[in-house]
Write a protein that binds this ligand. Structure first.
Ligand SMILES: C[S@@+](CC[C@H](N)C(=O)[O-])C[C@H]1O[C@@H](n2cnc3c(N)ncnc32)[C@H](O)[C@@H]1O
Length: 249
């Protein structure tokens, strides 16, 4: 699961320029309104966790030290407990009112076994009446087809570096539903940075099975971060759920 996109400090510097505040972070901020504690798994550079950190206990877990370095130093980062760990195996010895993953971090878990291990971690950290939420892109939309140089080229400004052009290229293995994509950045002096990443486009059945086998259950499937109900052509698959059996605190 080593991905230079998240592990290399030079590449991590591009992350926030491309991934700012969005519908997912806004939705989760609202969902957390009454939560006294939140666990953000795959928290990355900590934009959401740091925003949640006022007035409640918030923990952020990620295996990428370079992402956590950005998280720690951002405004509000001092109020969050950051843990460098793998969400498949981490055990924090405490439970949370809300456990979440955003930014399609769920898709970094490439096999049924990895997804089950993650869901067991969610279950192990969910308070008896707690809720979980995460997102995975709907494979029916075949979004990876847009991650080719002709369709993905974009330009953004990075403070201290100036204009940066970015593009992707991708190959998709239909046997495993894994998209392996390259992310390239180039500054206006021609310096190039790149990384190769793999993510899985799991089906809703794959996800449902992992959730169920971890003794969790889904109360609703959303199809986008505006909160619409899931339909076959929704862009996202977003389970919102809880423990499947009563828990005793
Ligand atoms: C696309 S980023 C999303 C980050 C953040 N949630 C956001 O919305 O900006 C995916 C994150 O998942 C993390 N990740 C990958 N494998 C992981 C694992 N096994 N356990 C926990 N986090 C993982 C990566 O390090 C990365 O920070």
């Amino acid at each position: 699961m080593q991905d230079r996109l998240f592990q290399d400090p030079e590449l991590v510097a591009f992350y926030d320029a491309e991934n700012g505040w969005g519908d997912d972070t806004r939705y989760c901020l609202q969902l957390a309104e009454h939560a006294r504690s939140v666990l953000d798994l795959g928290c990355g550079t900590g934009l959401l966790a740091a925003a949640l950190g006022t007035g409640r206990e918030v923990w952020g877990v990620d295996p990428a030290a370079a992402m956590l370095d950005v998280a720690r130093s951002r405004e509000g980062g001092g109020a969050v407990t950051w843990v460098e760990a793998d969400a498949r195996t981490v055990r924090l010895g405490r439970r949370f009112d809300l456990v979440l993953l955003t930014g399609h971090a769920f898709q970094c878990f490439l096999t049924d076994a990895d997804q089950l291990a993650l869901c067991k971690t969610i279950a192990a950290h969910l308070a008896p009446s707690g809720r979980f939420i995460f997102d995975s892109r709907n494979p029916a939309r075949e979004e990876w087809r847009e991650w080719v140089p002709e369709l993905s080229r974009r330009v953004f400004d990075l403070p201290g570096l100036g204009p940066v052009s970015a593009w992707n290229d991708v190959s998709f293995d239909s046997a495993t539903a894994i998209a392996t994509y390259e992310t390239c950045y180039q500054d206006n002096r021609g310096r190039l940075w790149n990384a190769t990443s793999s993510i899985r486009f799991a089906t809703k059945d794959n996800i449902q099975r992992a959730i169920c086998n971890a003794h969790l259950s889904v109360e609703s499937w959303l199809g986008d971060w505006q909160g619409s109900a899931f339909t076959a052509q929704s862009p996202e698959m977003i389970p919102v759920g809880h423990h499947s059996e009563p828990q005793f605190a």
